[in-house]
Design a protein around this ligand. Structure first.
Ligand SMILES: C=C(O[C@H]1C=CC=C(C(=O)O)[C@@H]1O)C(=O)O
Length: 378
């Protein structure tokens, strides 16, 4: 199938008000799609199902599944996206939110967070805001093409369900990757604006903020994983930003409830919630002046069976003997994302607050992060 046929299929699916997702892994060129054949809202009960999962920040709310058995699954190479279709996405962006009020509110929220840290309620909390802009280009497929083009190293998706909503994003953060029993994740936190190099100096505030995430992941997964390995911390680029990242890997015991247990232990990490988890989550749910919904939730392939051929050059029938099936889950944290409602785009942006946070700088950080989505709307 060629790319324009597939984009047309996505367009038709959207016009017919049927659920779909299209996604591309970081640094890869293949775009995969699940086109659901009916408009039911399927849900996961225990993360043992097979399909594409879209989970909210608050895991007590509904995680929506696009089941494998209800979908047409297609994939194609994305390298050949035509320039013309990208340029035609140019759109006018008008701020709806009164930015002075939004700024005052966000700074007041951060100040409350810092006070709670000084009182000892928690050590870290991630506080966020929503920003509303009017867009003249509302075609999600056109915006999606632009995201693909702009962020080759991100996980770039468009997700639609007529009864739930329309979301797009380009996230730099893996929640987990499991291939049979091989597990990996990342601790991503700390932000600076990218200035033509990743050779940057980090302040103690950011180093501590990221270390909290690494410590949380390691201590929560120690009981679930064998051969736990933790890399050195490195600087990585995400669009116009850089972050600190640690790679963490290990082996999971292959029992059917492993994934559910790991997700319970892992989500939401202090990269999007805080430490201790429950206290920070409570503070977020009570004090952020809007509902996160799927922002800082997670999304991706859940228990997908893939065949691996040991000798891909052999084309004869005997070759089947060399084909093995592996089960893959590939989940990402829903960051640098937006929800589109008619001519309005709702952008979601947050940042990690610790005892050393400066409210004005935290505000500036959310402005820098909002550029990721605004860039493809302008
Ligand atoms: C919560 C967000 O980013 C997280 C991931 C990387 C760096 C972050 C930070 O520096 O605060 C956040 O923990 C967001 O982009 O909305």
């Amino acid at each position: 199938m060629n790319p324009s046929d597939l984009f047309q299929k996505l367009q038709d699916q959207f016009a017919n008000k049927l659920p779909f997702v299209a996604y591309r892994n970081p640094n890869e060129s293949i775009i995969k799609t699940f086109l659901q054949q009916d408009n039911t809202v399927y849900k996961t009960t225990d993360f043992s199902e097979s399909g594409y999962i879209f989970s909210p920040f608050n895991i007590e709310e509904t995680s929506v599944l696009i089941p494998v058995e209800k979908s047409l699954i297609l994939e194609f190479e994305s390298e050949t996206i035509e320039e013309s279709s990208i340029n035609s996405c140019a759109s006018e962006v008008i701020e709806i939110s009164d930015i002075t009020v939004v700024k005052q509110n966000h700074i007041a929220l951060v100040e409350m967070g810092i006070k709670a840290i000084h009182k000892g309620t928690f050590e870290k909390v991630v506080l966020s805001r929503q920003e509303s802009v009017t867009i003249s280009e509302t075609n999600p497929i056109k915006i999606y093409k632009r995201l693909l083009e702009t962020y080759p190293t991100a996980y770039v998706y468009v997700w639609f369900h007529p009864k739930v909503g329309l979301w797009l994003g380009a996230t730099p953060e893996t929640l987990l990757h499991i291939e049979n029993n091989q597990f990996s994740t990342m601790a991503l936190a700390g932000t600076q604006v990218y200035k033509n190099t990743i050779d940057v100096v980090w302040k103690d505030k950011e180093l501590e903020e990221q270390q909290i995430v690494t410590n949380f992941i390691v201590s929560n997964l120690e009981s679930q994983l064998q051969d736990l390995k933790v890399s050195e911390v490195e600087t990585v680029r995400a669009g116009n930003l850089v972050h600190l990242k640690t790679h963490i890997s290990g082996r999971v015991n292959s029992n059917p409830s492993s994934l559910k247990n790991i997700l319970k232990k892992l989500h939401p990490t202090p990269a999007v919630c805080g430490m201790p988890k429950e206290e920070a989550k409570q503070f977020i749910l009570e004090n952020e002046p809007y509902k996160r919904d799927f922002y800082t939730g997670f999304l991706g392939e859940l228990n997908i069976k893939k065949s691996i051929s040991r000798n891909p050059n052999r084309r004869n029938v005997e070759n089947n003997a060399y084909t093995r099936i592996k089960t893959v889950s590939n989940l990402f944290v829903n960051l640098r994302c937006m929800q589109i409602q008619n001519t309005e785009a709702l952008l979601y942006i947050g940042g990690g607050i610790t005892k050393d946070s400066n409210p004005n700088l935290e505000w500036e950080e959310t402005i820098a992060k909002s550029v990721t989505m605004k860039k493809v709307l302008q």
